[in-house]
Design a protein. Structure first.
Length: 108
């Protein structure tokens, strides 16, 4: 497991991760979501829904990088996870930094 997924796993263990579109909508409405994560293999409908959820909100979106099954494994979920929201500012920032570094290394 890479470092970014480690932060995602830590967020799940701390109870600061919600998975699934409906749960993410609720976290956004309550102002708890700090980062929305969308799987690389998420359906076009899930992508449109994520864009719609974030419209007018100052919550960043991390798109791609990990498959539904990689996100599920890190989150400890039973089924695939197309969308997840991190609800802790520090862990969300650490995830974003690590995921960006991973992306840069893959591009080189």
């Amino acid at each position: 497991m890479d470092k970014a997924l480690g932060y995602l796993s830590l967020s799940a263990k701390a109870g600061k991760l919600v998975c699934g579109a409906d749960n993410c909508v609720e976290a956004l409405k309550r102002g708890k979501a700090r980062l929305l994560i969308l799987a690389a293999d998420a359906s076009p409908n899930a992508c449109r829904r994520a864009d719609g959820m974030l419209f007018g909100r100052k919550v960043p979106l991390f798109r791609g990088g990990y498959t539904k099954y990689e996100l599920a494994a890190a989150a400890g979920a039973n089924g695939p996870v197309a969308m997840a929201a991190m609800c802790d500012e520090g862990l969300a920032a650490a995830f974003a930094r690590s995921a960006q570094l991973n992306k840069q290394h893959e591009e080189e």
